[in-house]
Write a protein that binds this ligand. Sequence first.
Ligand code: AMP
Ligand code: GLY
Length: 422
Amino acid sequence: MKVMVVGSGGREHALAWKLAQSPKVQVVYVAPGNGGTALDKRLQNVPVTDPQELADFAQREGVYYTVVGPEAPLAAGIVDLFRARGLRIFGPTRAAAQLESSKDFAKAFMHRHGIPTAAYQTFSDAGEAHAYLDAQGAPIVIKADGLAAGKGVVVATTLEEAHAAVDMMLGDNKLGDAGARVVIEEFLEGEEASFIVMVEGGHVLALATSQDHKRLQDGDAGPNTGGMGAYSPAPVVTPALHARVLREIIVPTVRGMEKDGIPFTGFLYAGLMIDKDGNPRTLEFNCRMGDPETQPIMARLKTDLFDVMESAVTGKLDQVVLDWDRRTALGVVIAAHGYPDAPRKGDTITGIPADTEDSVTFHAGTTLADGTLLTTGGRVLCVVGLADTVKAAQRTAYAAVSQIRFDGMQYRTDIGYRAIRH
Ligand code: AMP
Ligand code: GLY
């Protein structure tokens, strides 16, 4: 069978890598892919990003199904387009993708259906937003309504920062349409976890839990990023909490979307904040898998991913049982010079170790040019180590990281520290 993965990041490399392990898969097309997917003989990059052209390609090549990695094509309606042409695809429709593409939609939805989340209000008028900030005080969180590629959330510890964020989004229009409305919400304290499930036909299949590291520097300092590392499982999500998240957040979300007439299909990712008493609240929804969470999650998946996705696109998700490697997988992201504000491109990457039973390197911002691997900006690689304990997985991952070289590389040295503390 031929299958296709849409996207070019570490998440897509990990999904394609896992799909290619299936004996039923002849080729995995990755559109457009990266340097790592170009190097893997079982994968084939397709230099196409336009949804219509992707549908043409899938039709022409007889692609059995397509899996979408990033949010942008989902929010642009790639699923609606493929379905209208009778092509199998796993992901939410454009309407259902609003759970991620509009923070205001997601917050109103959660309130309507009694799903635990931070208190909030939405503004399009800067004056009203400023007055609300003064009434609420800091710390407080300001979020652009639309997709802003990780730049749309400001966790303000002072009122000055909060006012500046409102000015940036509503006044200076720095984020364009995405920032034309802002959600201002209560600051929540606690520990974050990523809770990702597959949804189809009202059925829910939970994937392994994970935890991301959003800040650039050790000890959660520095600016927010797309994610500097992740590990799976996340010990903060105990079995009791897992059941509670399904009962109080995931199932009401799936049922709520059905009730509202926009049933959700695809990966549903609830970003959780778990307070000190163990109560979960939803920080955000994503309508896709996480990056870098996918990399450690795929490294632990033992079930044939081709079969899992086939069940999902043919209405049999309820028959799937997932089998996970019992070890911890821990992924360290190596980012480019200047990331996240102004990532530099074109640095030569050397020393990536060969994959082994207990370590694998997924590519993101890389390209293969005449046999040389070059950075193309942002998050460049995610190096995953697997071992029986978090500490040992950390050692394995960092041993591989230490062999890799490119100018200006940045990475955190403490990925997994919360799990080690647990
Ligand atoms: P989001 O894109 O909504 O996940 O926000 C990015 C990051 O900002 C989250 O991973 C949290 O670290 C932080 N954040 C978002 N909302 C809140 C909140 N209400 N309270 C505290 N931190 C938040
Ligand atoms: N790792 C966070 C995200 O994928 O949104």
